[in-house]
Ligand binder design. Structure first.
Ligand code: PRP
Ligand code: URA
Length: 220
């Protein structure tokens, strides 16, 4: 894992590039335009599971006393309330099953946003979240951080509803989007499998993988 900066030094939460070989291998398979809808969806699910492992690496533990069949011992469990997974519809849902397989008790918040194709502004069409967001760590999920308009709007909305401890998880990030996201939400760390080259004139990530929602659902 490569971390870029630490909040203590720069005032901005770090960006972590998850360079695990399995993640990088699966990402390359997903970038291939010949990958089927079924294959793309399955890979997104698998990468979701691997990213869940990385993004939860530093969660605090608390001691708990348990009885093994042999004796009493002090074990460790994750402290605090269950996490919230907050996929940005549609493509963020592609991470959900994989993440839930590692975090089966997590709560789920749905953030429905689409990107206006002309203005590239995020337009909200649905929002439903647990009422106690302020007591939980919230993982915001979207494979693509392009202009970051969607990510910024989603985090704005979750904060408005009380969330204070958020992490953003994506597959690909554009440098322009990362800069915008960190400028808007310097307290929210980012995990990504790649920082790509740049955005094209339509706000698509290059080299990228195309439209993640369309590739996942076979639409277009
Ligand atoms: C895509 C993607 C992100 C957004 C990223 O969603 O899943 O949510 O674009 O772009 P941005 O960083 O420039 O905002 P899209 O609006 O295509 O909706 P969809 O997931 O329903 O296809
Ligand atoms: N949304 C996508 O799905 N892909 C991009 O490259 C940019 C935004």
């Amino acid at each position: 894992m490569q971390g870029a900066g630490a909040r203590g030094e720069t005032g901005v939460a770090p960006v972590t590039v998850v360079d695990h070989p399995l993640v990088q291998h699966k990402l390359t398979l997903m970038r291939d335009k010949a990958r089927s809808t079924k294959g793309f969806r399955q890979l997104l699910n698998e990468v979701g599971m691997l990213l869940a492992y990385e993004v939860t690496r530093d969660l605090p533990l608390e001691p708990v006393e348990i009885e093994t069949p042999m004796m009493t011992m002090q074990g460790a469990q994750i402290a605090g309330k269950k996490l919230v997974l907050a996929p940005i519809l549609r493509a963020g849902v592609g991470f959900l099953d994989g993440m839930l397989s590692l975090l089966p008790s997590a709560r789920v918040a749905h953030v429905g946003l689409y990107r206006d194709p002309d203005s590239l502004e995020a337009v909200e069409y649905y929002f439903k979240a647990p009422s106690d967001l302020g007591d939980r760590t919230v993982l915001v999920l979207d494979p693509m951080l392009a202009t970051a308009n969607s990510a910024v709007a989603a985090v704005d909305r979750l904060k408005e509803r009380g969330a204070r401890d958020l992490r953003f998880v994506c597959l690909l990030a554009a440098p322009e989007g990362l800069a915008k996201f960190q400028g808007s939400h310097p307290d929210v760390p980012v995990w990504t499998a790649s920082i790509d080259s740049h955005l094209n004139e339509h706000g698509y990530i290059l080299p990228g993988l195309g439209d993640a929602g369309d590739r996942m659902y076979g639409t277009r």
